[in-house]
Design a protein around this ligand. Sequence first.
Ligand code: JDE
Length: 270
Amino acid sequence: MRIDVLSIFPEYLAPLELSLIGKAMTEGVLELSVTDPRSYATDRHRTVDDTPYGGGAGMVMKPEPWAQALESVTAASPSSGQPALVVPSPAGEVFTQEIAYELAEQEHLVFACGRYEGIDERFIEWASDHAVVRPMSLGDYVLNGGEVAVLAMVEAVTRLIPGVIGNPESLAEESHTGGLLEYPVYTKPAVWRERAIPDTLLSGHHGHIARWRRDQQLHRTAQRRPDMIEQLDPAELNTADLSILSEHGFRVINGSLQVCAPDPEDGGGH
Ligand code: JDE
């Protein structure tokens, strides 16, 4: 895979050369380079931004240096088709593990890191003729620029490329969590600062351990991510699962899980 990052603060992307990503680069699985659109600014002050038409606070990135930078990386594209152009933005589609898997299949990924209030929209429109444009948000918060979002997305994507992660088993496990959060994990010592690990984990009974972990996943997800519980297919849940969820007020109504007032019969523990 080839990754190009366009940024007026290329030094922000230095951490990409470390650890697993750096290893993938030395092994030749991944080629990564950073291009500064400022090097394509033609005026004496190398201007990359200007005030917004229609007024308002802040500055907007000028389209021409970005178009020149994109042309320079697409000209050297390794892919037969169009590269994917990911533009981090609070106004983008929310980045998920599913999108990470999609991007991991690309031959050529380009990330354009906006700063200030964003990039002139005409650059985004023009780029659509040269790449598959994906405005992408990490979540509902605002960063000063796209660079930190790109660090997160590049790490999420590159660890899925065959030959990048050291331990392929830990990847397979992720897709088997069945739409639930992970269960808590423990290691030695068995008692630490007067806190013992849960008894079940020392029982050696694999069936009990699996059920305990599943219960923990259901409790955590119901408490922290009720939106994920609503997405579960009730047909894939057994009676033990449904009993745990009922403690959190979830019932099956018209074939989907919905929150209702908790059933006092369920005790309301936890
Ligand atoms: C990425 N979640 C949030 C920020 C921006 C007001 C202030 C700033 C390309 O245009 C952008 C990019 C960014 C940086 O990315 C994020 C982000 N995922 O903030 C703005 C818009 N309005 C614009």
